[in-house]
Write a protein that binds this ligand. Sequence first.
Ligand SMILES: Nc1ncnc2c1ncn2[C@@H]1O[C@H](COP(=O)(O)OP(=O)(O)OP(=O)(O)O)[C@@H](O)[C@H]1O
Ligand SMILES: [Mg+2]
Length: 808
Amino acid sequence: MRIRSVELDNYRKFRHAALEVGDGVVGILGQNGSGKSTLVEAVAWAIYGNESSILRDGKDGVRWSNASQNEECRVTIDFDLESDHYRLSRWLKGKGQKVDASLEIDGMRIAHGDEAVTGEMVKRLGMDHKAFFVSVFARQKDLAALSALRPAERKKLVLSMLGIDQLDLVVETISADARSAKCDLDSLNAVIRAPDGTDRSEQARSELSRSQNDIARLSADESAMQAKLAEMEKYVLRAKQEMERAEKRSQQYQLAKSKVASLEADQRNMTARMGQIANDLKTLNEKSLGLPELEKNEEEHRRLDGERELLEDARVKHSQLTSLQQLMVQRNADIETYQKDRLSAESELAGLGDYETVIVQAEAAMQRHDEALQNAKGDAAWKIKEMERIQKEVREKRSKREEVHRQGPDSICPTCERRMDGQHDVLLRKLDQEIVQAEASLKELEGLKQKGDEFITRTQNQRTNQENKRKEALKLKERATGLLVRVRSSTDGMTRAQEEADRASRQIALLNDVKYDAPRYDQVRRRITELRPQVDRLMRLRTELQRRPPLEKESSDVQARLDNVMKELDEGKKALIDFNFDPEELRISRERYSQERDYKDAAVQSLSTLREEKARHQAAQAAARKRLEELEEHARRANELRHRQMELNVLLQVMKDFRANVTSRVLPTLAKYASELFVELTENKYGGLEIDDNYEIQVIDGSGTYGLSRFSGGEADLANLCLRLSISRLIAERSGQHVNFLVLDEIFGSQDSVRKRNILGLLSSLQRQFGQILLITHIDDIKDAVDNLVVVREQRDGSSLLGGDIDG
Ligand SMILES: Nc1ncnc2c1ncn2[C@@H]1O[C@H](COP(=O)(O)OP(=O)(O)OP(=O)(O)O)[C@@H](O)[C@H]1O
Ligand SMILES: [Mg+2]
């Protein structure tokens, strides 16, 4: 297998990387964690998918953690295998990150789908993912593990790397199978044989024949018992039929008996009814004897009742006439009273005089007096006002005179503002004169006022007289009005009374001459009252007598039915005697039936007990047969196991021999390859390596052979590297050199620069076995010793890129 190119998309640290892989030694250089190992692990993932042991943290781990949901994670490798060119692609798709893959040869798709592609690759490479890893990947940590292990573990690891451990597994499985077969055989023998060594199947056989005998005996008993039971069932049936017959006869007898009893009851009832009817008819006949006398009374009652009606009519009219006549007398008296009253009112009215004229005259005089009074009062008011004015004038003049007098003649005149002198006295006099004149006017006015007052008093008295006269005349007028009303109402009353008296007189004339005989009326009524109970009795009697015809009819019906019943009764009694039934008959038949049934039940019980016992024996027989079958089966199986045990022992021996043979042939080859490498790498310093049965490495130094502990750490690591490379070479050779590339991941470990150079030189010579060697390291001084160089660089965003130049 030669890898041509690797392309990654969103795979772990790589967003995108494309690598052309040349032949020879390809150096993959980069810092720790830059993604060097990732590159070659991606190749394993492309080939084996999630089965490859490269998965560090599950399938989600291979996808670049910064990739978005819809970005695809994919690894594509191109490689040559034999003469074909392959293109293999594997990717994660969809939300569920399902793995899918495709494989093409020279552009033709030969497989599709995760598992199909893996299966095809396993077939074509001739190795599964585990063998692939062992043969292709040599890592420093594997080497460290190889040297650190104890001998037994080391051997186990190497054998497992070479796939020889599978043989151990086979040997182990066969011997486990042989052990288990022996164990099964022992436990089967313990079942087949009793502790005393006797064969248990013999015991089972004799048990079986015993139970067969028992069952035969019980079957014979069962048949005899069944025959007996059949006989008993016949007896039971017969007894039952007899009992049913007796029951039927008993029922018929009871029926006839109850019919006779019911006829007897009918007879009794009808006889009693006949007696009742005869009684009733007798009573009615007796009562009907009084009928003629009562009918006479009824006739008299009818006649008197007619007379009473006539008398009643006359009595009503007579009473009407009497009240009309009384009304007439009453109304005539009323007319007389009304007439008297009118006359008296009219004469009083005539005596009242001419009061209207008096009223008119008095009112006119009163009006005149009122006018005179109004004038006189106005005059008096003026005089009072005048008198008050003059009195005020006198008071003012007096005070002025006193003022002038007090100031004297030297005072200044308030009008002309000159001294008064002689004018002072003139003024005083003038004032005195004016005061005297004013007081004289006052006096005169007082005289006039007194006369005016006297006139007012007089006139008021006269007016009062006139007013009194008017009041008197008004009273007369009022009285006259009352009298006129009386005259009118008397006249109306007279008219009404006269009309009523006329109406009564006309009604009296209509009633003509009424004849009413009151004593006769009383006599008739009394007699009617006397006759009434007789008439009522007659009515009741007639109603009662209406019952006679139906009673007579019922009497003849009942008699006819009674005759029939008597006849049926005679026949029923006779039939009862003829039936000749004895109740003892039924009791005896019932007892017999119950006894026969008891016998049968006892027989059934015995049969069932017999059958139960037979069933028990049958179950025992079945169990014995089953046990026998089981024991026979166990014996057959024990035989088989004996054969198998023998076969397994033979097979075990064969496989052990085979394993020894393989191991013995692998070890010298491995030792030869490792020894050659070691001599070359140590530049013939040592004579070679030897590997013992436990895969412990011995170094040939001069004439002696020594364990690794004698040598330096670097030399021991080198020896282990040689062993590891030999294992890869052996596997590659065994697979037909299909996989002839090698990955060496940080294998320099503790090697010094000379050794490193030697190892690098050796790698070139290893190209005979491995066409391509991918050398992963962080040590950059190897760059000149490799045929191709790939530099892995980590970017700021955490992703990595590939480049060809170490300084780029
Ligand atoms: N799915 C992923 N997405 C992004 N980074 C990842 C993912 N899986 C692993 N890594 C990173 O890849 C790096 C490991 O890569 P790898 O082992 O290839 O490095 P290396 O160059 O071989 O280192 P060393 O020299 O130490 O062996 C780690 O830093 C890890 O965080
Ligand atoms: Mg690494």
